[in-house]
Write a protein that binds this ligand. Structure first.
Ligand code: HEC
Length: 118
């Protein structure tokens, strides 16, 4: 746009701002006072079991999904859990320190074996 057009463009813009205010919208289909209600959510453990292994899992695995994503898996071997941790890191970009892998896999195998007998 040429510089000489700028004042005209600015005036047009300002015109747009002086239109009458939009009337408040009426709520339609709302029948009656607001009421508090109770919502039943499916039961799920919120955290991994207490202790150093649980703390490590809480810190590394709960940012993106719940405990049950781990505890509802079939019984997996250490090698399979290692592959799972690597997948979380490489595919889903989980910020898991590779130095924690061995400890994580130990914790997962123990938890997973335990879950399988529940
Ligand atoms: C950065 C996010 C993120 C973190 C952190 C994370 N995951 Fe995941 N995980 C995902 C996503 C996304 C999926 C796929 C969810 C889906 O398919 O609905 C998934 C799926 C899974 C599954 C199901 C099987 C599969 O491979 O899809 C398991 C088991 C699992 N994660 C375990 C873990 C464990 C154990 C940790 C911690 C060591 C962890 N995740 C940390 C994002 C994450």
């Amino acid at each position: 746009m040429r510089a000489s057009c700028l004042p005209i463009a600015a005036a047009l813009l300002m015109l747009g701002c002086t239109t009458a205010p939009v009337p408040p919208q009426r709520a339609t289909g709302f029948a009656g006072p607001l009421r508090a209600t109770t919502l039943e959510l499916p039961a799920d453990e919120e955290m991994f079991p207490e202790g150093p292994a649980g703390d490590l899992l809480n810190a590394n695995c709960l940012a993106c999904h719940s405990v049950s994503m781990v505890t509802t898996q079939p019984v997996l071997t250490g090698k399979q859990w290692q592959a799972n941790v690597e997948k979380m890191r490489s595919v889903f970009k989980a910020p898991i320190d590779p130095a924690d892998d061995a400890e994580l896999v130990r914790a997962l195998v123990a938890l997973n074996a335990d879950a399988g007998t529940r």
